[in-house]
Design a protein around this ligand. Structure first.
Ligand SMILES: NC(=O)c1ccc[n+]([C@@H]2O[C@H](COP(=O)([O-])OP(=O)(O)OC[C@H]3O[C@@H](n4cnc5c(N)ncnc54)[C@H](OP(=O)(O)O)[C@@H]3O)[C@@H](O)[C@H]2O)c1
Length: 260
């Protein structure tokens, strides 16, 4: 994909990975549409992009709200005429043991992290299909490949995003559209401060943004992990499930013992 002159929509662009991804895409010459709930923050991000010579439009949109999502493609079409890249990045954490989460919290996590990706994709797909060109990048997670304890609902939502992306990528073969799930490990952001992890394994959000730009420029689909070690590590889970589960239980026991 040639990003110069392309139109890219980034959800969850008011902070973290989405914010730096929007800035990185603008640096590559894309016109960016920034979507999230906090319009004031989006406008600050858009101003910063425009001050550096880029083109950006801030649009308030809650990805869990069907009406708001369904009007977004019209706004994008009126402003820029097309949509070449959709980065479904908006997401919320959902930590905590399942028994501690109430049904409202569970529904919210699934609605934003999984249904939000489907709603945005459904909204932009007709326009992208008509263009016979486009790339949908869904930000899943390491938790979309490995089911971690204490994150059952988050993990389920992200496994859903990985499965949705792969399935849709096969469905769209031959249409000129690509679909990719990008699976980041740990990046320190507003919603995911990662303060309990050893700093050496925590990335800057910019590293994930760099991976997203790489995926777009190289037409990589249907999956890309950042850092890259996550991909081969999956073989361990698939080829030796009992050993993998023993390893997971051991890590969890040690973590609990350390925390007391
Ligand atoms: N950081 C990590 O370690 C990590 C690892 C793996 C995957 N991820 C995934 O990466 C994505 C970005 O996370 P982040 O780390 O950058 O978190 P973040 O800094 O908390 O940013 C989350 C973004 O999503 C937006 N958002 C939340 N709910 C929304 C909604 N209902 N509608 C529209 N926008 C919404 C937020 O903006 P508003 O509040 O303004 O709406 C914000 O811009 C998420 O999907 C997350 O699951 C993160």
């Amino acid at each position: 994909m040639q990003l110069r002159g392309a139109v890219a929509v980034v959800t969850g662009a008011s902070a973290g990975i989405g914010e730096v991804t929007a800035a990185a895409l603008a640096r590559e010459g894309a016109k960016v549409v920034l979507a999230a709930r906090r319009l004031d923050r989006l406008e600050q991000v858009a101003d910063a992009i425009e001050n550096r010579g880029g083109i950006a439009l801030a649009v308030r949109c809650d990805v869990a709200d069907r009406d708001q999502v369904e009007t977004l493609p019209t706004v994008v079409k009126e402003a820029f005429g097309r949509c070449d890249v959709l980065v479904n990045n908006a997401g919320i954490p959902g930590g905590g043991p399942f028994s501690d989460l109430d049904m409202d919290a569970i529904e919210r996590i699934v609605r934003v992290n999984l249904l939000g990706v489907m709603l945005c994709t459904k909204a932009f797909l007709p326009m992208m299909l008509k263009q016979h060109r486009g790339h949908i990048v869904n930000i899943a997670s390491l938790a979309g490949r490995f089911a971690a304890p204490g994150a059952s609902v988050y993990s389920a939502s992200k496994h859903g995003v990985v499965a949705f992306s792969e399935s849709l990528s096969y469905e769209l073969d031959g249409t000129g559209l690509l679909v990719t799930s990008v699976n980041p490990a740990f990046a320190a952001t507003e919603g995911f401060p990662q303060t309990r992890l050893p700093p050496r394994i925590v990335m800057k959000a910019g590293r994930v943004a760099g991976a997203i730009v790489h995926v777009l420029k190289r037409d990589i689909a249907p999956e890309y992990s950042v850092p890259r070690w996550i991909s081969p590590f999956q073989a361990f889970r698939i080829l030796t499930p009992p050993l993998y589960r023993w390893g997971m239980r051991t890590v969890v026991k040690r973590a609990r013992a350390t925390r007391g």
